[in-house]
Design a protein around this ligand. Structure first.
Ligand code: BT5
Length: 259
């Protein structure tokens, strides 16, 4: 990634104005956490060409070869109460989905609760949102975003579930432009977080979602719960109707059973 090329394309005021570009690192989220301790400007972005310990949720791995995809972390300080942290993954996924969707009218990226963006049912982007609290106050949010951009072949464990933007549209994509576009989409929606107007983000997320109204299965601590995905609450919780019970789920892995 070339810093000058990114700067030329950036339309943002603060997001990505301080850029840290690394060739090979453990995890951009871990690096962002170290940088957070040094009082960086809000909107600092850490990018890597390769991660040796790229992370998903619950200690899972994020796999990506060198130089083909986008892996970056954004440092933000949204004035959100601790019980609304669930909105952050939705906010980041929605912004990534909007940027990905500009590449072709033939593709329609959809958001899957809580942290995925799908293209034709396969994962093209994952979000890892982490927080740093000091004295019970939210100090930093680290939004880690991984997007499969130009990768054409995937390791066997994820071959049937992963896809890339290049695979979906049939040609490679300039990663600098996609990064600038995701940062633009994030910044555009950031004021809703600043104003505490999370419902605006949730409404937009719901319109971009592929799962509301559908029968799904949610895996929580290895326990499967199935039901109809009814709604997303203002704290980002999934409202699942399971039999005659309505459950509020704060985390889990969703499989869409019927659309
Ligand atoms: C995620 O976790 O999807 C969050 C991924 C966040 C990655 C970014 S990259 C920049 C920043 N730095 C980091 O260290 N992380 C963030 P989760 O929902 O738990 O999904 C993880 C699962 O997705 C794995 O267990 C695999 O099954 C699958 N997976 C791994 N790599 C993938 C890929 N490149 N594309 C699609 N699926 C993948």
């Amino acid at each position: 990634m070339d810093e000058a090329a990114i700067r030329k394309l950036l339309t943002t005021k603060f997001l990505g104005r301080n850029l840290v570009i690394l060739d090979r690192t453990d995890s951009t989220n871990s690096q962002a956490k170290l940088i957070a301790a040094k009082d960086p400007p809000e909107g600092t972005v850490v990018i890597a060409e390769e991660q040796t310990e790229g992370r998903g949720r619950l200690g899972r791995k994020w796999q990506s070869p060198h130089g083909l995809n986008l892996m970056f972390s954004v440092l933000l300080k949204p004035p959100l109460p601790p019980d609304q942290m669930g909105v952050l993954s939705l906010y980041a996924g929605l912004s990534a989905a909007k940027a990905i969707g500009t590449y072709s009218p033939a593709i329609r990226p959809t958001c899957k609760w809580p942290n995925d963006v799908l293209l034709a049912g396969k994962k093209v982007c994952g979000i890892l949102s982490e927080t740093i609290f000091r004295n019970d106050r939210l100090e930093w949010v680290i939004l880690g975003i991984g997007i499969n951009v130009n990768q054409k072949d995937f390791p066997s464990e994820i071959r049937t579930t992963a896809t890339s933007l290049a695979l979906a549209i049939g040609h490679s994509v300039d990663r600098h432009a996609l990064l600038a576009s995701v940062l633009g989409e994030l910044e555009q929606r950031y004021r809703y977080l600043q104003l505490g107007s999370v419902s605006t983000i949730i409404s937009e997320w719901k319109r971009a979602s592929a799962m509301l109204g559908n029968r799904i299965q949610v895996l929580q601590n290895e326990v499967p719960i199935s039901g109809i995905a009814r709604d997303i609450a203002d704290d980002g919780a999934l409202i699942l109707q399971s039999g005659n019970r309505e459950l509020r789920l704060l985390a889990g892995d969703v499989t869409i059973l019927e659309q």
